[in-house]
Design a binder for this molecule. Structure first.
Ligand code: NI
Ligand code: MN
Length: 228
């Protein structure tokens, strides 16, 4: 079993889990850091954390072309069904489900969730994704919250955390989050895409190394990391 993680820019990631393609928040069209053409991405499962355009992104097109199952909250599932995306699975906060390739448990995320047209998009979510040999926490768009300690109690190998500030937690709060979550590795996301969320990931990584027990993995858009 292996998990290869590729940063597609912003909060979009491509995971290759034992050869099976999985996408998270595939925002590529209109993403200045987009490291892939959405027409060329393959997916069996797409995890979608909330309805904002910088996460929903190309989900509809990719799901319709690939037939991927979109795993998201109830309200987004209903919206997707109305768009003609039929292969969906809805979960809600605290709920876990075994999707075969991975188990996914939804977590709280302190943020908002509406579609680009203003339609209500349910509650924003984070994910604890468990493969045969690794547990990954994708925080989504969120503030720091102390219950991240409970997520850490699950034993997290890799955490994806926003560090952009302005719309989510910033670099300083992410250090406290890492202390709560205690992952082996941490990958920053939701930064650099737009001027208001510009951050120096190198400086952040030094703080992570000096002040937490986690190893920071700073990827360039399009770069990959093999989680073993
Ligand atoms: Ni958002
Ligand atoms: Mn966002």
């Amino acid at each position: 079993m292996s998990t290869k993680i590729t940063w597609l820019g912003h909060s979009a990631f491509a995971l290759e889990i034992d050869g099976h393609p999985v996408l998270i928040d595939p925002f590529l069209t209109g993403n200045p850091l987009a490291a892939a053409n959405p027409k060329h991405l393959d997916a069996e499962i797409i995890f979608l954390s909330h309805a904002h355009g910088d996460h929903l992104g190309d989900t509809v097109d990719i799901a319709q072309r690939t037939g991927a199952k979109v795993v998201t909250n109830w309200e987004i599932q209903a919206w997707l069904n109305n768009q003609g995306v039929g292969n969906t699975h809805a979960q809600n906060t605290g709920g876990g489900f075994d999707h075969g390739l991975v188990h996914c448990r939804f977590t709280v995320a302190h943020h908002s969730s509406s579609f680009p047209d203003g339609t209500y998009g349910g509650n924003p979510q984070g994910f604890v994704i468990t493969t045969q040999n690794a547990r990954i926490y994708y925080a989504g768009d969120t503030d720091l919250f102390s219950d991240m300690q409970l997520i850490g109690d699950l034993g997290i190998d890799l955490a994806f955390l926003p560090i952009g500030d302005n719309f989510t937690m910033g670099p300083a709060d992410s250090l406290r989050a890492i202390q709560f979550i205690r992952p082996r590795f941490v990958i920053p996301m939701h930064y650099k895409t737009f001027p208001v969320i510009d951050q120096d990931a190198g400086t952040w990584a030094n703080h992570v190394s000096n002040e937490t027990g986690a190893t920071p993995i700073v990827l360039d858009p399009g770069a990959s990391y093999d989680l073993n």
